[in-house]
Structure formats: structure tokens, C-alpha cells
Design a protein around this ligand. Structure first.
Ligand SMILES: Cc1cc2nc3c(=O)[nH]c(=O)nc-3n(C[C@H](O)[C@H](O)[C@H](O)COP(=O)(O)OP(=O)(O)OC[C@H]3O[C@@H](n4cnc5c(N)ncnc54)[C@H](O)[C@@H]3O)c2cc1C
Length: 502
């Protein structure tokens, strides 16, 4: 057997890293605190409904991107994916709808429909979506087929034209818009995120959707995670569930194992695919500061700090009616903010997803639905839960009641159809994934963080590596696979082995 590698966390990063290492002759084992794989990439069942907690768009779902090769290697390419014609839509104040089409021609026409005088913006958006649809991820370069290197070189001008939009926000893109209706459409689609979301990220998302390689796996996010888990286990990998890690053991400046309530294990290498803050501050006791993350850990508003994705209030509804005539994804804007969290959170915009595109999500004739509301007030929920579990349960029920009431104004008949209600709070995210303050995706790609290089090793600590959303600004699933693959390559090199991806 090869060198022993212990991995913390069976999220997509842990499964990817362990998967690539296992097939390259390393003896790997994953320690996971939950009783199932997936981490944030998960779904759960209630009363015959399956509620999805993650994938809206999986880059690489279709074969038009080289990321697809990674998902193929990891065992997830055989799932059936739904690719979007309209990613989402926003209801305008006059009752009209702004559809975010993924086909650049249709998107251009839609922008022109709402803003006939805004041809320049329409053409600019469509041109950049076309450009990004021709681009790919440099991640899997060794998977390039013969001749593909030339094709990549031919894409260079597109990449260069896109580059300025990395620094500019969606608000910068929308600034020249003349039509009030079109402006309202963009504002309702993106809300406050518009000021910070890099326009390049929007183009990239739509570009991958345009080439039908950024969809949703039928069966949901847990089916996706389970495909990776099955592939890993079939190669001899091992996962210890309900096994929280409490300490990374270090001897003479080398990571040598893990310890938890379950005991301890030794290893030649330790990989943390768990929360970044917890890894550095608790599991390593803060003795090995992270070269790029300490400012962000210390003060979220401070100079040079990257901002964390907030946590979520996540409402799942089982609806005893067929809502397939409604769009699968819509964003609604209220005239008056809805007061949640004892009045501390005023919600003006909220998105509704209706999963009628996935027959596994609900019994025939019924519909699974989710609503996600961002919140930075994790302390409110964790405090309430710790202090008064009955008050916590009551607050969850009241929050669900308010959100259902608000939804009913936009989707008549929704409230009457509700037969199952499930509300996850930041306390739920922390309990099941241990992410820092319940964050749902690591570091935001805003304020220049997009593309920022974040160290995956710590000075003074040998044989230790970090992978996953906390070492890739912007988070998401593709970086988990990319990082896992890169790590396996690095360890193969260190051990004098030739890396093989499949
Ligand atoms: C609502 C929502 C929608 C999203 N939509 C998308 C999308 O459309 N596309 C996309 O690409 N991404 C999306 N994401 C983001 C994506 O899910 C995450 O970025 C990604 O799953 C992170 O994977 P990870 O393995 O790095 O971390 P995690 O999923 O957090 O996995 C870490 C794992 O480590 C375990 N763990 C933590 N601490 C310990 C410990 N001490 N001991 C043992 N185990 C431990 C956790 O239980 C967990 O299983 C979404 C996320 C959410 C919540």
C-alpha cells in the first residue's frame, strides 16, 4: 500500500481529493462529522418530497466544457442534467417579467424588449456571453485533446476582451442603461449584489449555460455527491461517518495524524477539506497562521479582508399541487421589507425555486419548492437555539409563516397548497457542515477577491494541505474537483509517481 492520507470532510472537495489520491495508489480515509457525504452539496427528504440544498448551476455538467472531464473522472458525468433556457426571472412592478435567457441572442432581444433605447448594453452583454461560451477552465489542461491547445490559443482574444470585466461590477455594466424598466429589471434580478458582483462572473455563468454545460443533476445535489462517494468507495476508499475531527496532530513541524472523540489515527499526509477557519484556529490551535487568510478571519470589514458568503434562512415547501406552469426560478421584490429575526432583518427580495423540472423531487402532481434568504445574523439563531429550544422552534415556524404569506402574493394558491414545511437556519448550516458562521460558499468573489491566489499549505507545517471552498474565492463545486486533482498531482510528484486521472 502507498502512503497513508487522512482527509477531513466528505464534502465535494474531500471526496475529490481522496478520490484522485486513492486511484493513484495512496491509502486514503475520510473523517466526516455528518452521517452522509456531500457537505453543503446535499438534499433531504420529508413526507415524500426531496428538498435540494445546493446545485443551481454545475459548471461542467455538459460535455462542452473541459470541466465535464473532471466530473467524468470522479463518477458524476452519468447523471442526467437539466440545462437551463432561462436561468431565472424577475417580476417587475408592472407585472411584466425580465427573463435571464441563457441563449445570447434571446437575451439580447429580451434586454432590447425592456429597453428599446439600450441597444449598446444589449449587444455588450450578448457579446460577452458569446465570448465566455467559447472559453473554458484552464484547470484540466492535461485533458486537452489533440489540437485543443491550438483552439485554446484561438480563444485568447476572447479572454483578453473579457478581462476588464473582472474588475467591473454588474452595477458598472448597468450604469449606462437609459430605460427605467430595464434598470428595474436588473435591480430586481441582482439586488444589492449588483454593486459587488463582478460582471465577468455573470458572463461566465451565462456563457457556460449558453453552451449547455451548467445545469442541475436530476435526483438533486445528494445524488451528485453520492455518485462521487460511490466511485471513491469502489476504488477502495474509506469514509468514517459521525467522526468529527478535533485536532490535527503535529510532530516536529509535520502533520502526522488526526484526533477526535473516536480516537486517533496516524498518517503520512493530512488534508483538510473542512472549514478554513476551524482548520486553522481550532484543529491546529492557531499555531500555524494562514499566509493569506488571517486578515479576513480577524476583521471582515478590515483592510485587505475578503468577505465571507453570509449564511441562509432556507425554506423548503412541499406543495400539494402542480405548479409547472410557473417558471422554475423567480425573484420577487416586496414593496415593504418583510421583518424577520425579531425585526433585525428586512427582506425585500427573495428567490423562489419550483422543482417541477426534477420528477424525483415530489410525488406526481405535487411540487417541491425552496426559498433562500441571506443573513449575517447567525448569532441570533445559534443563541436562540442554545438558550431556548422552544423559542427557536417557534421563531422558525413564524419565519416560515411570514415567507409563505409573502410568496402567496406572487404565486396565488401557493399558501393553500402547502402540506410540508421545513426551515433551515444558520444554526442548521453550522450543525451539519461546520462552516464558519454558517457561510454557504466560503469567500465572496467580490472586491478583487475573484482569482486571488490563496495558499493551500501553511508555513512551518509539512505534510499538510487544504482544499475546497475556503482556498478558492468564489467557492462552488468546480474548484473542489480542480483542487482535489491538483493536490493528487502534487503528492504524486512528491512521491515520484506518475499521476493518472482515471
Ligand atoms: C444553497 C446553496 C446553493 C449553492 N449553489 C451552488 C451552485 O449552484 N453551484 C456551485 O458550484 N456551488 C453552489 N453552492 C456552493 C457549494 O455547495 C460549496 O461551495 C461546496 O459544496 C463546498 O464544498 P467543500 O467540500 O469545500 O465544503 P463543504 O461542503 O462545507 O464540506 C466540508 C465537509 O467537512 C465536514 N467537516 C467540517 N468540519 C469537520 C470536522 N471537524 N470533522 C469532520 N468533518 C468535518 C463537513 O461536515 C462537510 O461535510 C451552493 C451552496 C449552497 C448552500
Amino acid at each position: 500500500m502507498g502512503k497513508r492520507v487522512l482527509v477531513i470532510g466528505a464534502g465535494i472537495a474531500g471526496l475529490s481529493a481522496a478520490g484522485y489520491l486513492q486511484r493513484n495508489g495512496f491509502d486514503t480515509e475520510i473523517f466526516e462529522l455528518h452521517d452522509k457525504a456531500g457537505g453543503l452539496c446535499t438534499s433531504w427528504t420529508r413526507d415524500g418530497y426531496s428538498f435540494d440544498g445546493c446545485v443551481h448551476w454545475l459548471m461542467g455538467s455538459g460535455p462542452a466544457s473541459n470541466l465535464h472531464e473532471l466530473w467524468k473522472e470522479l463518477g458524476a458525468a452519468d447523471l442526467r442534467y437539466v440545462e437551463w433556457d432561462v436561468y431565472t426571472s424577475a417580476r417587475l412592478s408592472d407585472g411584466d417579467t425580465f427573463n435571464l435567457y441563457t441563449d445570447p441572442d434571446r437575451l439580447e432581444a429580451e434586454i432590447l424588449r425592456l429597453g428599446p433605447a439600450d441597444g449598446a448594453v444589449a449587444r455588450l452583454v450578448a457579446a460577452n456571453v458569446r465570448r465566455t461560451s467559447r472559453l473554458d477552465m484552464p484547470a484540466a489542461l492535461d485533458k486537452l485533446k489533440p489540437g485543443a491547445a491550438l483552439a485554446l490559443a484561438a480563444r485568447l482574444p476572447s479572454a483578453l476582451l473579457l478581462a476588464p470585466w473582472i474588475k467591473k461590477s454588474v452595477a458598472d455594466l448597468v450604469r449606462p442603461v437609459k430605460s427605467a424598466r430595464l434598470r428595474e429589471g436588473f435591480e430586481r434580478l441582482f439586488g444589492d449584489a449588483m454593486d459587488e458582483l463582478p460582471a465577468a462572473a455573470l458572463f461566465m455563468m451565462l456563457g457556460f449555460m449558453a453552451k449547455k454545460s451548467s445545469g442541475y443533476p436530476i435526483g438533486g445535489s445528494l445524488a451528485f455527491a453520492r455518485a462521487l462517494e460511490a466511485d471513491y468507495l469502489s476504488r477502495g476508499g474509506k469514509i468514517r461517518y459521525k467522526s468529527r475531527v478535533d485536532e490535527i496532530l503535529v510532530e516536529g513541524g509535520r502533520a502526522v495524524g488526526l484526533r477526535g472523540a473516536w480516537g486517533s489515527e496516524t498518517a503520512d499526509y493530512v488534508v483538510s477539506a473542512a472549514d478554513g477557519y476551524d482548520t486553522v484556529k481550532r484543529l491546529l490551535g492557531g499555531r500555524y497562521p494562514h499566509p493569506d487568510l488571517e486578515a479576513s478571519f480577524a476583521d471582515q470589514g478590515g483592510p485587505g479582508a475578503m468577505k465571507r458568503y453570509p449564511s441562509l434562512i432556507y425554506l423548503s415547501l412541499g406543495l400539494a399541487a402542480d405548479f409547472s406552469a410557473q417558471p422554475h426560478s423567480q425573484v420577487f421584490t416586496l414593496d415593504e421589507p418583510l421583518a424577520l429575526e425579531g425585526g433585525a432583518l428586512g427582506v425585500k427580495r427573495f428567490p423562489l425555486r419550483l422543482y417541477h423540472f426534477d420528477p424525483t423531487s415530489a410525488p406526481a402532481g405535487k411540487t417541491a419548492a425552496t426559498v433562500m434568504v441571506e443573513t449575517g445574523n447567525d448569532a441570533y439563531w445559534t443563541g436562540l437555539k442554545a438558550k431556548d429550544p422552544a423559542a427557536y422552534a417557534a421563531e422558525k415556524a413564524e419565519t416560515a409563516r411570514k415567507l409563505i404569506g409573502a410568496l402567496d402574493r406572487f404565486v396565488p394558491g401557493l399558501a393553500a397548497a402547502v402540506e410540508t414545511v421545513d426551515l433551515a437556519t444558520p444554526a442548521t448550516f453550522i450543525r451539519y457542515t461546520n462552516n464558519w458562521r454558517g457561510s454557504y460558499e466560503g469567500w465572496l468573489p467580490t472586491g478583487g477577491a475573484m482569482g486571488k491566489k490563496i495558499a493551500r499549505t501553511l508555513p512551518g507545517l509539512a505534510n499538510f494541505h487544504m482544499v475546497g471552498q475556503w482556498t478558492n474565492a468564489g467557492g462552488g463545486l468546480p474548484p473542489c474537483a480542480i483542487e482535489g486533482r491538483r493536490l493528487a498531482k502534487r503528492l504524486c510528484k512528491a512521491e515520484g509517481r506518475r499521476f493518472r486521472p482515471d
